[in-house]
Design a protein around this ligand. Structure first.
Ligand code: SF4
Length: 265
């Protein structure tokens, strides 16, 4: 990396641009950056309205240009049964403009079955990336209380793969580092593109609450992603060609940061 090159972080590692059509999300993830950004930091949504989610005015009619690289949808909400029609419409707008679209979701089977069917004419331009952060039901239901369970996310991955789409997984944040290697083994038969691994970032800033269980969970997460554990995961998975390391891990193991947005490598 040259001295002047600015390291690429966050969604820029995956896409040259992000597109959303909603404000708010019902999944209730405790580490949600979008909620922190739009409720706490920028005041775009009231705290009590966040979990309902609403379609942003004008987003469905927006005519998208052809971007210079992969476009990520969505980045600050999710695709859920309540906004499926809106999300489908925006993604189709992007595809019709010739874009390559990275569809990121903690996926609902009903939604993915619909999208797989609707996007068939554009199959080569779609990359599904499903966020699957742990297999342990107690851990998932604590951190992502209203998102689909592991079995449903796995079923979505199998379906998209069977339908001939490029498929990918994001394990960011890793909620159960002790199980990451075994989970990768279970998921990889249905992954054609990549499996991204990343730490939970800025926990103190984004996760708030005093309850005992939360404090215990934060302690468990921090311990599980300390340098020694990250080095061990790296040692065990470094030769797996599907694995990609997010910036939070690259920094620990000494890999070069991406210097160009949207490379997705
Ligand atoms: S699915 Fe994404 S946007 Fe929705 S609550 Fe979870 S982290 Fe936030």
């Amino acid at each position: 990396m040259s001295i002047s090159a600015k390291p690429v972080r966050g969604t820029a590692e995956w896409a040259v641009a992000t597109v959303d059509c909603c404000l708010g999300c019902p999944h209730g993830c405790r580490y949600c950056y979008a909620r922190y950004d739009q409720v706490e930091r920028r005041g775009l949504v009231k705290a009590e309205d966040w979990s309902q989610g609403r379609i942003m005015e004008g987003e469905l009619e927006r005519v998208h240009r052809l971007y210079s690289g992969q476009v990520m949808f969505p980045a600050h909400h999710d695709i859920v049964p309540e906004n499926l029609a809106a999300c489908r419409s925006v993604i189709l707008n992007l595809l019709r403009a010739g874009n390559k679209v990275l569809v990121v979701s903690k996926p609902h089977l009903h939604c993915i079955a619909d999208l797989c069917q609707e996007f068939r004419p554009y199959r080569e331009k779609v990359l599904f990336r499903f966020t699957i952060t742990a297999r342990n039901a107690a851990v998932l239901s604590f951190w992502e209380p209203l998102a689909p369970a592991y079995a449903e996310r796995l079923a979505c991955l199998e379906l998209a793969c069977a339908e001939g789409y490029s498929t990918s997984v994001s394990v960011e944040p890793m909620l159960d580092t002790a199980d990451v290697v075994a989970m990768v083994e279970e998921l990889q038969p249905f992954v054609t593109h990549s499996i991204w691994l990343g730490k939970m970032n800025k926990i103190g800033e984004r996760v708030s609450g005093e309850e005992e269980r939360l404090q215990a969970e934060i302690e468990r997460i921090e311990k599980g992603q300390d340098d020694a554990h990250i080095q061990e995961i790296y040692r065990r998975l470094r030769h797996n060609p599907l694995i990609r390391w997010k910036e939070s891990i690259k920094m620990v193991v000494g890999l070069e940061m991406a210097v160009e947005p949207g490379l997705d490598i």
